[in-house]
Design a protein around this ligand. Structure first.
Ligand code: SAH
Length: 417
């Protein structure tokens, strides 16, 4: 397919729109030994986090409890405390014999996340947590109350190896993969806070029935680069209580830069999570620079995989598109995107543009409001449902692409250690 816009082919427009590119703005792509854009798929080797109940299947939990020399049925009691009361505190577990509690908890529910800092905005409706992992690695999650739902944006890796120039996490590189239980623990901790009434925005005082209803894998990391642990975490999220969190798969969104083989695998899992592709450009020329993984899997391959996801699961997929001024926000790109999506059928996809969030030292800015509106209008006119995503947490650097451990965070974590 030609990448040249129809307007350019016909000689119009009279004034050429500006075209900013990462390279022209002084960003240089880091390269690997073979001269390809640097991508870190393998997790650097670090000490493994302690094994936790949430890392294990129910039969494995029973085995582990027996290995501790205790009766297997204690596993289910522990799971109930963890997944329905959101507690790892032996003092709360009065149904367990006092003499075994500490041992059971130490062996099955070891501490995984130490809270370093908590920042609030939107009158307490949005909370960003900074967590320290057992080895000092730092990750964040963002909790948001919306009318009728509570969403948690979780991290799947400490850092990220995908190197996208406009994303603060991507620019910091990959520290390591998170374990299944480290991913799940973010939700349990958020639920504990909600139950205690720590998330604002609700009038009544009784928060006991409230919990996280939606998960987005849009915190730190590329979830499909940590595939097995992320999928095991999803299985724990959807497993009925008390063996898991009893959440609905539809409320879980897995967002990826476009690792095509992993998207295909995800489609075959038979877990109907919501799938989101971070496209950000409909043409390879720009996407090669904007999303370095495009050097492996091109726009058309990523879109084909997204379409296949829809066919296998019947779930409408989302296309994410951060609108960056003069970079990817041209009307012809909206048209080309619509063309490529419509070429793959109708009713299978919607587009979620989001104005770029500023990142430290970033040279790019969000598109102007009228340009955003025009971009959205063109897609909608072409029959692609498109809604501008509202962005939460900018004031606390908790919005998409802003999650990164700052020197301030490191200092706060070091002071606690
Ligand atoms: N690695 C995954 C998930 C994490 S990022 C992915 O890329 O999809 C979640 C979303 O935030 C992605 O769509 C990502 O492209 C977007 N994003 C990253 N930096 C951003 C920024 N500065 N402004 C707005 N969105 C951004």
């Amino acid at each position: 397919m030609s990448e040249t816009p129809a307007s350019a082919r016909s000689g119009a427009p009279a004034t050429r729109a500006a075209q900013v590119r990462p390279a022209t703005e002084g960003w240089t792509q880091k390269k690997d030994a073979e001269g390809r854009p640097l991508l870190q798929f393998a997790s650097p080797k670090r000490g493994k986090p302690p094994v936790h109940l949430a890392d294990l299947t129910p039969p494995e939990r029973i085995e582990k409890v027996k290995e501790l020399g205790l009766p297997g049925f204690r596993a289910k009691q522990l799971a109930t405390h963890y997944f329905t009361h959101y507690t790892s505190d032996p003092a709360h577990m009065t149904d367990l014999p006092a003499g075994q509690r500490d041992e059971l908890v130490a062996g099955m529910l070891p501490p995984l996340l130490t809270e370093v800092r908590r920042l609030e905005t939107d009158r307490g409706d949005t909370i960003k947590f900074l967590w320290r992992l057992h080895d000092g690695a730092l990750v964040e999650s963002v909790l948001m109350r919306y009318p009728g739902r509570i969403t948690l944006c979780v991290s799947s890796q400490a850092g990220c190896g995908m190197n996208c120039p406009f994303c603060a996490t991507g620019q910091a590189g990959l520290t390591r993969n998170m374990s299944t239980a480290e991913i799940v623990e973010q939700i349990v901790r958020a639920n504990r806070l909600i139950t205690e009434g720590g998330l604002g925005g609700k009038k009544a005082d009784d928060h006991s029935m409230e919990r996280v209803s939606n998960i987005v894998f849009m915190g730190m990391g590329e979830p499909l680069a940590n595939y097995k642990r992320v999928m095991d975490a999803v299985r724990v999220m959807v497993a009925p209580q008390p063996e898991g969190l009893g959440m609905s798969a539809r409320g879980i969104t897995v967002s990826t830069v476009g690792l095509v083989p992993a998207i295909n695998k995800l489609a075959d899992e038979d877990i109907p999570v919501t799938f989101a592709l971070s496209l950000h450009a409909p043409d390879d020329q720009l996407r090669d620079e904007l999303i370095p993984v495009n050097s492996r899997w091109k726009v058309d391959e990523a879109l084909d995989a997204a379409r296949r996801y829809f066919e296998k699961t019947g779930r409408r997929v989302s296309i994410e598109y951060a609108l960056i001024k003069d970079m990817n926000d041209h009307p012809w790109r909206a048209d080309l995107l619509a063309e490529k999506l419509n070429a793959r059928g109708r009713g299978w996809v919607h587009v979620n543009p989001i104005p770029l969030n500023p990142t430290p030292g970033s040279i790019w800015t969000a598109s102007d409001k009228d340009v955003q509106d025009e971009f959205v209008r063109r897609l909608n006119d072409a029959g692609i449902p498109t809604t501008l995503r509202d962005t939460r947490g900018k004031e606390i650097d908790g919005a998409c692409g802003q999650l990164v451990a700052t020197t301030e965070d490191e200092a706060a974590a070091a002071a606690m250690a």
